[in-house]
Design a protein around this ligand. Structure first.
Ligand SMILES: [Zn+2]
Length: 92
């Protein structure tokens, strides 16, 4: 199976990072937008996995990409907060 390791790293770190920023909207739409921005800024790290092996690889490699992933999530929070898409209500 082909697997983008960076996606796991971002997902693992996301709650930790966003919990430090209670001012950021945490609705599902914004959370997904922030993750998308973060992942678009990070180079994908594909690994080939067999069943059960993936988590070992994540733990080994996650440390290397942690700082990049945290920076990208922070960037995503800034981008999404500037232009949130959760509110398409014309009355807003
Ligand atoms: Zn929102």
């Amino acid at each position: 199976m082909l697997h983008n390791l960076m996606e796991d790293v971002v997902k693992q770190l996301f709650d930790d990072v966003i919990s430090l920023h209670p001012e950021i909207c945490q609705c599902d739409h914004c959370r997904h937008d922030i993750m998308a921005v973060a992942l678009n800024h990070l180079p994908p790290r594909y690994v080939v996995t067999v069943k059960g092996e993936v988590y070992t690889k994540i733990n080994m490699l996650a440390q290397q990409f942690r700082i990049d992933a945290i920076a990208a999530i922070a960037q995503g929070m800034v981008t999404v907060t500037k232009k949130p898409r959760h509110d398409k209500d014309p009355e807003a």
